[in-house]
Design a protein around this ligand. Structure first.
Ligand SMILES: *[C@@H]1O[C@H](CO)[C@@H](O)[C@H](O)[C@H]1NC(C)=O
Ligand SMILES: *[C@@H]1O[C@H](CO)[C@@H](O)[C@H](O)[C@H]1NC(C)=O
Length: 310
């Protein structure tokens, strides 16, 4: 379990570094265009759902949450996660609550929640033994959410809120991290699952979605540790990284096709790989002092594309 935890922490850390590197200071005030934020995926975006299910994959103890006002929140992070930061940046709210929290207020429902579950993947089998909620099963939670939202604001208004929401999807890393063999058949399986997932969200009324590609999975410390043959050897696994890259290229193409197919949809790809591999190859470029003027800026173009930066 220790290594699994380490792995989750690392993934969250890279998201957070990404966000901080592409600092919010350079963003102008964003207009409150999105009515709500809806989040699906794994530990990179789980704001606490796993605390309410029967799993060992939890972050409800220190040092998780050490910088969060109320301590551990179930987030695999010292503080906020990227969806929280985005919600705040977009002036929706300060943090995105876990949908499974039984104390959710109506106001929280109206402005959006998180369905993500740490450890999950697009493959229902990924980490299934830990009883986490696979990404495709998060749709069931979303349907319950819609029912509750309709109960609060009525059917018509609920439709508006969902079509006007920003959807964030971050998953796939767990799938690729745990497979033994890297083959293209599995890539097609994952892409097919992703497509099914996006279409289901569209059918349920979602229109604007940000989908994260895979990070350099072969550079995760856990991957490097498993593969090394002696204690002095520690390097990224090239086969795992090229697998992630080729999957990302296929994902980009597929998302373009899906966007064309689903009228009125806006589907944006988030390139985690490029920025992270640069950070790994040239850490000095991403030192603290230079973080503010790095060129590794993915959030601004992304939000600009969604007309969210004035
Ligand atoms: C995965 O789970 C979803 C949601 O329960 C289900 O609809 C789908 O058929 C499952 N897919 C596979 C390949 O088992
Ligand atoms: C560790 O493994 C690497 C790669 O196989 C090899 O080049 C290196 O000499 C090894 N180091 C030691 C101390 O055995």
């Amino acid at each position: 379990m220790g290594t699994l935890m380490l792995y989750f922490v690392v993934v969250v850390h890279i998201w957070t570094v990404l966000f901080n590197t592409c600092n919010a200071a350079r963003l102008g005030p964003a207009s409150a265009k999105f009515s709500a934020i809806l989040v699906f995926g794994d530990s990179t975006v789980d704001t606490g759902n796993n605390d309410y299910i029967d799993t060992v994959v939890r972050a409800n103890f220190l040092p998780y949450g050490q910088d969060y006002p109320d301590g551990p929140t179930g987030r695999f992070s010292n503080g906020k996660l990227v969806p929280d930061m985005l919600a705040s940046l977009l002036k929706i709210k300060e943090a995105v609550p876990a949908f499974l929290d039984p104390k959710l207020s109506d106001q929280e429902i109206i402005t959006g929640v998180c369905f993500a579950s740490a450890g999950s993947g697009f493959d229902n089998q990924t980490n299934a033994a830990t009883k986490i909620i696979p990404v495709l099963k998060q749709i069931d939670l979303f349907k319950k959410y819609i029912a509750r939202l309709e109960g609060i604001v009525g059917e018509e208004k609920a439709k508006q809120i969902i079509s006007g929401s920003l959807v964030i999807i971050s998953a796939g890393t767990n799938d690729v991290a745990i497979i033994k063999e890297v083959d293209s058949e599995y890539q097609h399986f994952l892409l097919d699952r992703t497509q099914t997932f996006v279409k289901e969200l569209y059918d349920l009324g979602c229109r604007t979605m940000i989908i994260s590609g895979l990070p350099p999975v072969g550079c995760l410390p856990i991957q490097m540790a498993i593969a090394r043959r002696n204690s002095s050897e520690l390097r990224c696994l090239d086969d795992r990284n090229s697998y992630a890259q080729s999957l990302n290229r296929k994902l980009v193409k597929m998302l373009q096709q899906i966007q064309q197919m689903l009228s009125g949809s806006k589907i944006v790809y988030l390139d985690m790989y490029k920025t992270l591999i640069e950070m790994i190859d040239q850490p000095q470029k991403y030192g603290k002092q230079q973080a503010s003027d790095t060129s590794a800026n993915i959030w601004i173009p992304l939000l600009t594309e969604l007309n969210q930066v004035s």
